[in-house]
Design a protein around this ligand. Structure first.
Ligand SMILES: [Zn+2]
Length: 88
């Protein structure tokens, strides 16, 4: 009885929490950003399912490996970074 009442809630929660991931899984597309494409001498490739997630990972990499906190990156550079994102 307890399991039957808990399980539907868990299932419903998962569906509501991440509808975009379910849709993206269907088309199997990934967003890729390569540091090299930004003119940096760095072999790093950042991959994610959405641009939002990719920009988050790219910001972490920029801060950790390039000593460049996201807050220090001007909008013109951010636009360049977004333009360099490829779908794969
Ligand atoms: Zn890099």
């Amino acid at each position: 009885m307890l399991a039957r009442s808990l399980f539907p809630n868990l299932y419903l929660g998962a569906v509501i929490e991440c509808p975009a991931a379910i849709i993206l899984e269907g088309v199997a597309m990934a967003k890729v950003l390569r540091c090299r494409n930004l003119g940096l001498d760095c072999p790093k490739e950042v991959r994610a399912e959405t641009e939002e997630e990719l920009m988050k990972l790219a910001a972490e990499h920029a801060e950790k490996d390039h000593g460049l906190p996201a807050a220090m990156i001007p909008p013109s550079i951010l636009a360049m970074v977004k333009a360099a994102i490829k779908d794969e």
